[in-house]
Design a protein around this ligand. Structure first.
Ligand SMILES: [Zn+2]
Length: 168
């Protein structure tokens, strides 16, 4: 699996909701998990590997509780946002080496289907809430740079294009 970089058009398309979770979908998710860990990254959306399905994988180190958080989400959606917001620095595997501060809601209520076709609903805050908002944005063709001024956004995208050029 190859991780696509901006300005690839698939990154701007909407991913489709899954009607059933097939073996193939679970297979895609497992491959995404591998690609994400290898990158390394803390989250990956299927758009980023050129697949327009609502699949997200998450992988990060929860330092407070000293554990690895690692899971797959099908059809994830955020059903509630806190009014309180926080500013955090974000990066993205589709925009390597580019970082910017983004303001987002501090807490979310998330709903998704897991690999056992169970519907999970949970309240999340902190770093995990941040990753999820970023990844779920990908599923609707949105990137973290969309929260920045067009000047800053174009600058970061330009840098990625330059970087790709240098690596060729
Ligand atoms: Zn991203």
């Amino acid at each position: 699996m190859e991780i696509l970089l901006v300005p690839h058009p698939v990154l701007r398309q909407k991913a489709n909701k899954l009607k059933i979770i097939s073996k193939e979908d679970i297979n895609i998710a497992n491959h995404m998990m591998e690609a994400m860990i290898k990158a390394p990254g803390v989250g990956l959306a299927a758009n980023q590997v050129g697949i327009l399905k609502q699949i997200v994988t998450i992988n990060f180190e929860d330092k407070e509780n000293n554990k690895k958080v690692n899971y797959i989400l099908f059809n994830p959606s955020i059903i509630q946002y806190s009014e309180e917001t926080v500013v955090m620095e974000e990066g993205c595997l589709s925009l390597p080496e580019q970082y910017a501060e983004v303001e987002r809601p501090k807490e979310i209520i998330l709903e998704y289907i897991n690999e056992n076709e169970k519907i999970i609903k949970k309240q999340i805050d902190g770093f995990e809430a941040r990753i999820l908002q970023h990844e779920i944005d990908h599923l609707s063709g949105k990137l973290f740079v969309d929260y920045l001024s067009s000047l800053k956004r174009n600058m970061l995208i330009k840098k990625v294009k330059k970087l790709q050029h240098l690596k060729k």
